[in-house]
Ligand binder design. Structure first.
Ligand SMILES: Cc1ncc(COP(=O)(O)O)c(C=O)c1O
Length: 389
């Protein structure tokens, strides 16, 4: 294994007889066999090889190999979206009657999975508050099988101690699943702290240019075998085109994340000095309540900032409407800076009470800091703050 940056660039699909330098796009539903015997042996898994793109495709295999190297995980699958990965990680590894313990601060759709989808099949869950993690053993039930967490959380930027989570999962014999979407493997590698499964929405920083959807489930070989079986027969597979895009994006993840993080820190520091704000939250600001923990387990602070303006929701909306460059859209992790109002968009399906429990006030704004020049990002924000007073 080489360095992170080198593996992300040099782990490539094997060359075809055209001797291409950059991996080509394999737009093919199926792959041919040299003989009836070879077809039989591949289906029987006696010899390796591509059979059908719902199972595997050179583009998805290259993506998986690159992200496994980055995460330090043994194996994985790539899925059509991040939510297919969240769903698959639970559906493949749990059975009727199982119980999930999850951190309360989860992405809105993951919350819907736990509270609306899985209960239909007899899989129930309990939320633990991050501030109260010392008491989480009281939340364990005899049928608890999985610990599902997201750190930093979307959008609250709450940080969970991965070392603690690894030890807690081991002590209670739980499968630890970590949604590593906000940090990316460049900033933190949950498997090193004992996570059995790491999930991603590759749609975000892994793509990095807001082009395609994708997801990943990575982890220990014996668990991934279960996930592969589930995926082969239920079909959440990524398209070869999206896998090709994402495998190319992995080549620039390290340099992009360095810049996302430098820009986000500069913007967060600007906000910290500004009297228009009630608060600004960024993992690498000293004022973040878990700043020391963020420093312990993250290489840099990430590309996301949350803030609340004085003047509540009306001011937040005026501010968003006054931005000239920063995009108003629901994605994050793009080269373009993006502003989102979680209470009315990504987390609107949660009740007001549920949002309050995970720190999403009506005035909360999420800023995904892009790769534009940091002075231009700050200029846009500064102008909009003034105009929205
Ligand atoms: C933390 C987190 N997990 C999962 C997802 C879902 O990913 P996708 O939109 O690719 O399905 C998102 C999307 O915003 C997310 O932020």
């Amino acid at each position: 294994m080489s360095h992170f940056e080198t593996d992300a660039i040099r782990l490539n699909a094997s060359k075809s007889n055209q001797r291409e330098h950059s991996a080509p796009l394999y737009l093919t539903s199926s792959f041919t066999f040299d003989s009836a015997e070879e077809a039989r042996a591949m289906f029987a898994e006696e010899i390796p090889g591509n059979i059908y793109s719902r199972y595997a495709n050179p583009n998805s295999t290259e993506l998986i190999e690159k992200v496994c190297a980055a995460e330090d995980t043994e194996d994985g699958i790539a899925t059509a979206s991040g939510m297919a990965a969240m769903f698959g990680s639970m559906a493949a590894l749990l059975q009727q009657g199982d119980h999930i313990l999850a951190s309360r601060s989860l992405f809105g759709s993951t919350h819907q999975l736990l509270t609306r989808v899985f209960p239909k099949w007899g899989i129930r869950s309990t939320y633990g508050d991050i501030s109260d993690y010392k008491n989480w053993d009281k939340l364990i039930q005899p049928n608890t099988k999985m610990l599902f967490i997201e750190t930093p959380s979307n959008p609250g930027l709450e940080i969970i101690d991965l070392e603690w989570a690894g030890q807690f999962a081991a002590a209670h014999n739980l499968i630890l699943v970590v949604d590593n979407c906000f940090a990316t493997p460049y900033l933190q590698q949950p498997a090193k702290w004992g996570a059995h499964i790491v999930t991603h929405s590759a749609t975000k920083f892994i793509d990095g240019q807001g082009r395609v959807l994708g997801g990943l489930i990575l982890g220990k070989k014996e668990l991934i075998q279960e996930v592969q079986f589930f995926s082969r027969h239920t079909g959440p597979s990524i398209s070869p085109f999206n896998a090709w895009i994402l495998a190319k994006s992995m080549e620039t993840l390290a340099v992009r994340m360095d810049r996302h993080c430098a820009n986000a820190l500069a913007v967060a520091e600007y906000f910290q000095e500004n009297t228009d704000l009630d608060f600004v939250k960024y993992p690498f600001l000293k004022s973040h309540p878990q700043h020391d923990l963020a420093k312990k387990q993250m290489k840099l602070g990430g590309g996301i900032i949350t803030l609340t303006l004085k003047g509540g929701i009306a001011r937040a909306q005026r501010f968003i409407d006054q931005l000239q460059m920063i995009s108003v859209t629901a994605n994050l992790g793009d080269s373009r800076s993006i502003i989102t109002h979680p209470a009315s968009t990504t987390h609107s399906k949660l009740s007001e009470e549920e949002r309050a429990k995970v720190g999403i006030s009506d005035g909360l704004i999420r800023l995904s800091v892009g790769l534009e020049h940091q002075e231009d990002i700050i200029k846009d924000v500064e102008r909009a703050l003034e105009k929205s007073r």
